[in-house]
Design a protein around this ligand. Structure first.
Ligand SMILES: Cc1cc2nc3c(=O)[nH]c(=O)nc-3n(C[C@H](O)[C@H](O)[C@H](O)COP(=O)(O)O)c2cc1C
Length: 214
């Protein structure tokens, strides 16, 4: 059955790639907050974007320090992600309370988090007001990843060495397996036949689902 949904569901359906735990440091204060709305923006120069609501302490921390780090958590940080998103750094030092170990970044002052599979250090390139959020545009300064987790692509071999994804509410996910696409080559003699076969399978599957609902 196809459900008609609300505009709220557009955001959930489009929930982007891995969750990021954004760390920031301003003077002696450090903070961390999960941000699901992240996106690559440019290859040359390398730019990434994070959408942060102006009410977040992270918003002020990035504005003042003009830098931040994206820590891509493994499933081991599932509870940390939910906790870091449940209170504001204005109410308490989340990193100190959770005792999550950190280590020094290469290019920014913000701490990097253990228990993660990838890290992106950014200088603030731009801050653009978009609707009710601010798109912070980060100039990528340094990138690192666990080699068991990432080699040109996320490997997904070890269940503990995968990026954590956010689905909404208290629901999270980890990708199960890598799929390698093999579309027919345009010069192949079977090119049209193969697309026809794929179209037939999709139509048959949809028709079966409709029949099952009747
Ligand atoms: C998994 C998850 C993803 C979130 N994604 C975003 C986001 O993309 N942008 C945002 O502004 N807030 C997001 N939030 C909410 C903030 O993380 C939350 O308000 C947090 O407490 C802010 O902390 P801070 O005030 O210390 O910055 C998310 C929360 C969770 C739990």
């Amino acid at each position: 059955m196809r459900l008609n949904l609300t505009e709220h569901d557009a955001r959930r359906l489009l929930i982007p790639g891995p969750l990021a735990l954004v760390t920031s440091k301003w003077r002696a204060a450090e903070n961390v907050a999960p941000v699901a709305w992240t996106t690559p923006l440019s290859a040359v120069p390398p730019l990434v974007g994070v959408c942060v609501h102006p009410s977040r302490h992270t918003h002020d921390m990035i504005r003042f320090s003009e830098e931040f780090a994206l820590n891509i958590p493994s499933p081991r940080l599932l509870n940390h992600a939910a906790y870091f998103g449940s209170i504001s750094g204005r109410e308490g030092d989340k990193l100190a309370i959770s005792r999550l170990p950190t280590f020094k970044a290469r290019k920014v002052e913000a701490p990097l988090l253990e228990g993660c599979v990838g890290w992106i250090e950014c200088g603030l390139q731009d801050a653009i007001a978009i609707g009710d959020h601010t798109l912070f545009v980060g100039r990528v300064l340094a990138v690192s990843a666990e080699e068991e987790a990432y080699q040109e692509v996320w490997l997904l071999d070890d269940p503990d060495e995968r990026p954590l994804h956010y689905l909404g509410g208290f629901s999270y996910a980890a990708l199960e397996r890598r799929l390698e696409a093999r579309p027919p080559a345009p010069q192949s003699p079977d090119f049209a036949a193969q697309w026809e076969q794929e179209a037939r399978e999709i139509s048959e599957r949809s028709a079966e689902e409709r029949r099952a609902q009747e």
